[in-house]
Design a protein around this ligand. Structure first.
Ligand code: UT7
Length: 310
């Protein structure tokens, strides 16, 4: 029995911050941001919406989409590096808001790879039959830890939430293989010190290498090849990094999810948000083979090969 995604939802704040807006805030240009990152605009949550609010909105949709109730949840895992406060966890805050009174709840910190880490964790609980329904949320309010005077980082990030309900799925579907990894020697390249501090070039090199490697590794572990992939869902960090992964898999352009232009890098939430967008466009279908791959501060990385459907 495999664990798979049985419900999914996303939330994005209404407020749009365009490249033109950023031109007025730091020494940058729309042209530079578009060509170096592929980002055109991003969403920024207002002061009255914190991380747990975004997580709650996305989670409600995922639960409804799964056709279960909040009381059916056994566990809530929230991947975030921008919790409302160090404790209580965002997972506990949404446990209360959802009324998920039968669920255990905790947060995990694996930065932009956090959603993949969360999915793999859920898989262990579900496939060992310890729990049946696990809510996995990727959520970030990066705007609250962004230094809006630092052009190296201010142009990249956005706020948002993506949530999935994971549970048992039918034979041949769900998570077929995964890879998780970390390299703490790279901690110095991307961290929070009040605000996000990043050595973009080093993270870029690591990401280009790791996204391709991990994607190929999960295919090999599942006994599949590049030709079997229907859709690549890379962490939406930078179009150039995503393109490098797509080219390693030799996939045509239309087989890669792309939301980075509209939402920027929303860290742990970027993969589930991208899946919802592709589902809404009707581009992900039952039985499609998806490769999801992410990387982030830590350094961390992770990939999953998943056959879509219940
Ligand atoms: O989820 C993980 C989070 N992190 C990432 O994904 C980041 C990965 N790295 C990247 O995406 C890229 O490295 C960046 C987009 C951050 C930077 O692109 P790059 O092509 O690696 O540029 P660079 O750092 O080599 O900088 C090129 C030039 C520099 O000027 P000089 O030294 O050549 O005169 C920068 O100062 O571009 C300058 N620059 C900017 N110019 C205009 C850096 N940021 C900006 C900016 N606007 N926002």
């Amino acid at each position: 029995m495999n664990a798979g995604i049985i419900g999914i939802g996303r939330y994005l704040p209404d407020k749009v911050l365009t490249n033109a807006d950023l031109e007025k805030m730091v020494d940058t240009s729309d042209e530079w941001i578009r060509t170096r990152t592929g980002i055109e605009e991003r969403r920024v949550a207002t002061d009255d919406i914190d991380t747990s609010d975004m997580a709650f909105f996305a989670a409600q949709k995922a639960i409804e989409n799964a056709g279960i109730t909040a009381e059916d949840l056994d566990l809530i895992v929230v991947a975030t590096v921008t919790p409302d406060s160090p404790f209580p966890s965002v997972a506990c805050l949404i446990q209360e808001k959802l009324g998920a009174k039968n669920a255990a709840a905790f947060d995990i910190g694996a930065a932009c790879a956090g959603f993949i880490y969360g999915m793999v964790m859920a898989k262990q609980f579900i496939e060992s039959k310890v729990y049946k329904h696990v809510l996995v949320v990727g959520v970030e309010k990066l705007s609250k830890i962004t230094d809006w005077s630092d052009r190296n980082t201010a142009v990249l990030f956005g706020d948002g939430a993506g949530a999935t309900v994971m549970g048992p799925v039918s034979e041949g579907k769900g998570i077929l293989s995964f890879e998780l990894g970390s390299d703490g020697t790279g901690a110095k390249h991307l961290y929070q010190d009040d605000y996000i501090v990043m050595n973009g070039r080093e993270v870029f090199k690591f990401a280009v290498r790791q996204m391709g490697e991990s994607s190929l590794n999960v295919l090999e572990k599942a006994g599949l090849s590049k030709e079997d992939v229907d859709f690549l869902i890379p962490h939406q960090a930078n179009i150039r990094i995503m393109e490098a992964a797509r080219q390693r898999l030799e996939l045509p352009e239309e087989k890669m999810a792309k939301t980075v232009g509209k939402y920027g890098n929303t860290s742990a939430s970027s993969i589930p948000i991208a899946i919802v967008e592709e589902l809404e466009k009707g581009r992900i279908k039952d039985n499609d083979l998806l490769v999801m791959v992410g990387f982030g501060g830590g350094l961390t990385w992770g990939a999953v090969a998943l056959r879509w459907g219940r």
